[in-house]
Design a protein around this ligand. Sequence first.
Ligand code: OOB
Length: 545
Amino acid sequence: MTGSTLTPGLDAPTWPEEFAARYRAAGYWRGETFGGMLRERAAAHPDRVALVDPAPERRTWTYRELDRAADRLAAGFAARGIGRGDRVVVQLPNRGEFMEVVFALFRLGALPVYALPAHRETEIAHFCSFSEAVAYVIPDVHGGFDHRELATTIQERTPGLRHVFVAGEAGAHTPLADVPCEPAAEPEGPRPHELAFLQLSGGTTGVSKLIPRTHDDYLYSLRGSNEICGVDADTRFLVVLPAAHNFPMSSPGWLGVLYAGGTAVLCPAPDPGTAFPLIERERITMTGLVPPLALVWTDAAPASAYDLSSLELVLVGGAKYSEQAARRLEPALGCRLMQVFGMAEGLVNYTRLDDDPETVVTTQGRPICPDDEIRIADDEGREVPEGAFGHLLTRGPYTIRGYWRAPDHNRTAFTEDGFYRTGDIVRRTPSGHLVVEGRAKDQINRGGEKVAAEEIENIILGHPSVHDVSLVAVPDEFLGERTLAYVILREGAEPLRPAAVKRFVRERGVAAYKVPDLVEFVDTFPQTGIGKVSKKHQRSTAEQR
Ligand code: OOB
């Protein structure tokens, strides 16, 4: 049996022992943990700057300071009963507290559940209740939104949520600043093969799935990414995208940079007006962007008065980057481009620094690891001829074997022999690079932000005037795709305006990027041969509008 084994305590299928042994023997899994990694770096170069949080006043953490902050915060969390295996929903923006909190949790073996700052009541309530979280960590106010009020509502709905910690003015909750205390003894901490955190899936179903990543597997993906991207102790990485997302975290991201002993600089907002002065002031060498942002930077850079000459490499990924846009980046920003096609479930592909320029602008890269197994299959699961396109399936040393506590979903999302069905349609070039041609999953990729159609359809179906709804992607020059909700009203229902549908979704408390961009009322949906809604047909109708 080459499928997967369910290990007690992990709450998810994991790699069968024969694979685990192979990955250890190959040197991918080295028995390190995140807590141990920070401890080692702090011992090796205590005074090097690990983190810079430039706003509102510039704060820095040396490796020694970050290590110590993590220890003290871990001791404070432990004193409040938080320990190994406990889940803690972390919803912090790009601020230094984010890294202090997650390293404190790593040290205890407690599992951060990474929420995005944009998430609202519906998502957070699900993460807290589904993960049976014992604590929730928030900023006070971020982007004009008061997270403390949301936390109060969530706590009322989730009896098991014992603590709310607030970075800033705490109101009715516990100030995060009050938590740290002197550690009495070293916590026992997690084992390398155990879970480090739960990442969120882009999702194709009604609710996001949780992705269980281990210390061993994630640390390997950092090491592999660092080698490919040339990350070392001199790298100064600007964290532009939300730090909780897998791309800015690990491709190579702030965790990769900390692994290498470099410096991560936290960017409070992604616009050139905020980022360019920081690149100049902090002598940034590397960053990662989603395609729409790369476009904005490409347009803004030539006329910018800021000195961007320290930039060596910009990674672009999360959604398809058009070839035309890709060709413009290097001349405009005066640095190298690398495309990255990754997923929080594991597999990450990069173009390489020694690839020829055509490969860099026309492909989405090749896998990190020689033991990343790639299968490109037709609808029946048969491998397609070399160079033809098909469904991408993958298995390897840092790709999960199953979602957390989701046995039913796992049966369809993974093959019996443990391959993850990515839902992406790709082809492989003779050099082994992948080109993303499309998507089979029912998801809209809104400039890197993923919207599961079913999640939003379920919400709109709750409207008393709505009989049926279908959410599809429409092409968009800037975002790549936007969302369009086709709505059939109930017979005799009051006519609705598109704005009322959008407001209804917003008021249910979801991230703003999930509110439909467009709403159209129709009488019927096109059907497939067996009577299902034909989204393919709807997408092509939408394209011709
Ligand atoms: C990254 O991770 P997720 O989990 O938010 O989304 C994964 C999905 C992929 O399955 C694919 O559908 C899409 O996002 N995607 C791309 C892409 N990169 C991701 N589609 C086309 N071209 C690309 N370059 O988005 C993510 C995780 C780690 C590194 C980079 C991106």
